[in-house]
Design a protein around this ligand. Structure first.
Ligand code: K1U
Ligand code: ZN
Length: 171
């Protein structure tokens, strides 16, 4: 397993639409393992393949808290099939926009069809943080990051802060 470097804004890769995975084979499973290790090391509660440089429609998520058993979830070719009319607001972060947070409003619940680690078709009905996290990660697969919901001025401020942070870490 390996910890992969995470792409940060304003990398143009984060604006690209990811492609479906054709077959869940050992190569895909090894990549899922690397994604999970990368997410845990960050640390984060979700990660999309594009964030580690691969334009595949793949997500990993684990929203278990420190005092709970790990509960890794793997989503291959996920499709949101339903969202609730009720909305929730969550102060979101993103590993591609380190140390920046903003309130984002999203449907409170969603249903998702996906393929799991073993290549089996599954459906999940998510609410709370899981629903928020799935929708945040699904946005990544479509080239959207949470700061795209903010004004152009605020987005510019966030990007400048991240650029400065990345520059300082490189020094
Ligand atoms: O970059 C990402 O897509 C991961 C992101 C997921 C996310 C967070 C909050 C709302 C929606 C989606 C993160 O994991 S940011 C880090 C974070 O939230 C966290 C890190 C450690 C413990 C708990 C939370
Ligand atoms: Zn993110």
């Amino acid at each position: 397993m390996a910890i992969l470097p995470i792409v940060t804004v304003p990398d143009p890769l984060l604006k690209k639409v990811s492609e479906p995975v054709e077959k869940v084979d050992d190569k895909v499973r090894a990549f899922l393992d690397d994604m999970l290790e990368t997410m845990y090391a960050a640390p984060g509660i979700g990660l999309a393949a594009v964030q580690v440089g691969k334009l595949w429609r793949i997500l990993v998520i684990d929203i278990a808290s420190d005092d709970e058993e790990p509960n890794p979830m793997y989503f291959i070719n996920p499709v949101i099939t339903w969202t609730s009319e009720e909305f929730n607001t969550y102060n979101e972060g993103c590993l591609s926009i380190p140390e920046q947070y903003a309130d984002v409003e999203r449907p409170a619940e969603c249903k998702v069809d996906f393929i799991d680690y073993n290549g089996d078709e599954k459906e999940i009905h998510a609410d709370g943080l899981l629903a928020t996290c799935i929708q945040h990660e699904m946005d990544h697969l479509n080239g959207v990051v949470f700061i795209d919901y903010l004004s152009k001025i605020k987005r510019g401020i966030y990007v400048r802060k991240v650029k400065k942070l990345v520059r300082e870490k490189e020094e």
